[in-house]
Each structure stands twice: as structure tokens, then as C-alpha cells.
Design a protein around this ligand. Structure first.
Ligand SMILES: [Zn+2]
Length: 372
């Protein structure tokens, strides 16, 4: 069961996926804001990136997951802004799908990140470790099947980059000099999705790149702090943007930010009830009454990770998340759903799902047996 990718090593990314497209979000003659949107979004790892340009000089927001994908993105930008000089790149956070393409950037741009992100880049699972999981795990195990289905990338050429400008709080990047220059505000909002999230705000263009505190069209994944992501979304809304670029999914406006905030608040309350009742993670995820607007969202298995993150907070567990173990729990949920990751419209249409009767130790096993 499950979906087994059958790509040969070194060919895990299908060629048609290499080409994303660039969309212009704002252009007032002084500042242009572009987003690189991947051509594929149905698995993990297809992140949006940005380019903020002023008179031929630019700040990038994030890189794609691999050097090859990053080269494809740079070619698309070059078509739209010929000769653009990338002076700096701001990393919204440390997950590989936002920074493992750094080595493909020409010249030696400044790499700007929060201090927490700079630390996390060196401590999250490395490209070598992820490659070992992709190639070495049992394809018939839930985790092995999930990794193969959900991470269709080749990480073998990735050399980990480093941030060389770090900050806490806020940091302003100025493109150009004098009154004509354009300010870009980097605003630390982590821990939330990750330990060191930041927002990229271009006030002159009323645009915010939110990184992975915002997902659109898929269930979000929260590694560090659920209440932190909710506060980060409040921060996005307080900036009163007209255009918001999520880490993953289509470009949107404030309404989608408010919607995700609402979902996370409901999930927080649900997780707190389940924690108090001693429910396991899978059972808690399965019994979350999905709001109607989330019915079509993909990757519902990621609720497991977000709930686990809030369980850790409720248990005052200060330790770093075990990302591989959490993806393993996510894979169990996915495998029990038949290896499907599309939305759960049926369940949402049916209204709230009652909590199962069985409680306490073994609750997840009971849930697996009864509701798989
Ligand atoms: Zn991401």
C-alpha cells in the first residue's frame, strides 16, 4: 500500500516540476515585488519565494528546496528583470525548503536571518540525513512510503548555506540610497512555525511574505509554537497588507490570513480538550471537527504535528521537536487514511466528529483499529 516513488537516485525531481512561474505582485515604478510560485504544490516542499527589486538591485526572499530548483527560479526572474543584481536574501526560517538552494545564488549575497534561524539551520535534519531516510527507509513502512510520496526531491547536491547577517526583533534592509531608496522590514515572529520565523514586509507595496506561519489550501504544519503562529498571523493582519504571500499555496489577502488564524484557534482549543482527556495524537487529530472552509485542504495528516507541538507546550516540554519522529506520526495517520492526502470534505460536511470512547494508554492503537 501507499505510493512508492520509483525515481532513480539523482532523478527524484521530475523535470516538469522544475519550472515554476513568476508573478508580479506590485510595481509602482520604484519598487517591484515578484513572487516565484512553484508549478507543483501537492506534496511537502514546494515553497513560494520572492524578489523585491529597486533600480536593478534586489533582495530575495528564500530559495527553493534544491540548487537545481533555485537555478530554475533564477532563470525565471532573469526573464522578468534582466540583469538584476541579488544583493541579499532574507530567510523566513530554517526549513530546507526555504534555504537549501543558497549555493546556487550568484555572487556572495548577504544571507539575513534571525539568530534562532541561523542556529536552527545547523541543527535540523541535514540534507544527508533526509537523503538517507528517502533512500534507506523501508518503502513498506508508513514512514518510508510517506517520505517517498511526499518528498519528491534530490538533495544529494545540497551544501548547507549559512546566514551571515543575523538579528533579533526587527531589521531594515534598504535597497538604494537617499529618499528614493526602498525599505524592506524583516520582523521576527518566531517561535511559531519554526524557532526563528520572520515576516518580510514591503510597506511601500503593502505586501507581506509570511513564510510558513501561513499556508493556503493545505493544513499548516507547526513545529515550534501553536500560540506563536496565531500571534504571528495577528502581526500580519496588523500590518494591513493588501497582498500576502504564504510559505505554501496561492498568493492571498487578509481574509485567508484570518481564516487560518480561526482554524488554528479552533485546533488549539480542541488540542487542549484532548490533552486534558489523555487522548493520543492520532486520535486527537482524527476527532478535530474541521470547519467547512478547511474541507478541501490537503495534507490533513499534518494536524498530528501541530497538535503534538501544542501537547509539548501544555506539558511544559521545552525540548526541541524530534522532526523525524513527528513526520513518522504524520505518516501513520496518512497510511491509515489509505495513503491519501487530499481534503476531508466528507468529514467536514458531516459536522463535528464525536470523540471516541476509549481513553488513555493505547488510545492511538484503539483509534487505529476502529477508525483506520
Ligand atoms: Zn515550507
Amino acid at each position: 500500500m501507499g505510493q512508492h516513488a520509483e525515481n532513480a537516485p539523482g532523478e527524484t525531481v521530475r523535470p516538469e516540476f522544475r519550472t515554476g512561474r513568476v508573478r508580479e505582485l506590485a510595481n509602482d515604478g520604484t519598487v517591484r515585488v515578484l513572487a516565484h510560485l512553484p508549478g507543483e504544490t501537492e506534496t511537502w516542499g514546494w515553497a513560494n519565494c520572492g524578489l523585491i527589486e529597486h533600480r536593478g538591485r534586489a533582495l530575495l526572499v528564500d530559495t527553493p528546496y534544491t540548487p537545481a530548483l533555485t537555478e530554475g527560479m533564477l532563470a525565471r526572474y532573469e526573464e522578468r528583470v534582466p540583469g538584476v543584481a541579488i544583493e541579499a536574501v532574507a530567510l523566513t526560517h530554517a526549513n530546507g525548503d526555504h534555504c537549501w538552494g543558497l549555493q546556487a545564488l550568484p555572487g556572495q549575497p548577504e544571507v539575513i536571518a534571525t539568530e534562532a534561524t541561523a542556529h536552527a539551520i545547523c541543527h535540523e535534519p541535514s540534507p544527508e540525513q533526509v537523503t538517507a531516510l528517502l533512500r534507506g527507509s523501508d518503502p513498506d513502512s508508513a514512514l518510508g512510503a510517506y517520505f517517498r510520496a511526499m518528498f519528491p526531491f534530490d538533495f544529494s547536491a545540497v551544501e548547507l548555506g549559512r546566514a551571515n547577517v543575523t538579528f533579533r526583533g526587527e531589521h531594515v534592509v534598504k535597497l538604494g540610497e537617499g529618499a528614493d531608496g526602498v525599505e524592506v522590514h524583516l520582523i521576527e515572529v518566531g517561535p511559531g512555525h519554526s524557532s526563528g520565523d520572520l515576516l518580510v514586509h514591503v510597506p511601500q507595496a503593502a505586501t507581506v511574505f509570511a513564510g510558513d506561519v501561513l499556508f493556503v489550501g493545505h493544513h499548516p504544519v507547526t513545529w515550534a509554537s501553536l500560540t506563536g503562529v496565531i500571534a504571528a498571523l495577528d502581526r500580519v493582519l496588523a500590518l494591513e497588507p493588501e497582498v500576502v504571500v504564504p510559505g505554501h499555496g496561492p498568493v492571498c489577502g487578509p481574509a485567508q490570513v484570518a481564516e487560518l488564524r480561526d482554524y488554528l484557534e479552533l485546533l488549539r482549543l480542541h488540542a487542549e480538550r484532548c490533552h486534558a482527556e489523555g487522548l493520543g495524537l492520532l486520535e486527537a487529530a482524527r476527532s478535530f471537527p474541521l470547519p467547512a472552509y478547511a474541507a478541501g485542504w490537503g495534507m490533513p495528516e499534518r494536524m498530528v504535528i501541530t497538535i503534538a507541538t501544542h501537547y509539548r507546550a501544555l506539558s511544559a516540554d521545552q525540548g526541541a521537536p524530534d522532526m523525524v519522529a513527528l513526520v513518522g506520526a504524520c505518516a501513520e495517520y496518512w497510511a491509515q487514511a489509505g495513503g491519501r492526502s487530499q481534503g476531508d470534505a466528507e468529514r467536514a460536511a458531516g459536522g463535528p466528529v464525536p470523540l471516541p470512547e476509549q481513553r488513555g494508554a493505547g488510545a492511538d492503537e484503539a483509534a487505529q483499529a476502529g477508525r483506520g
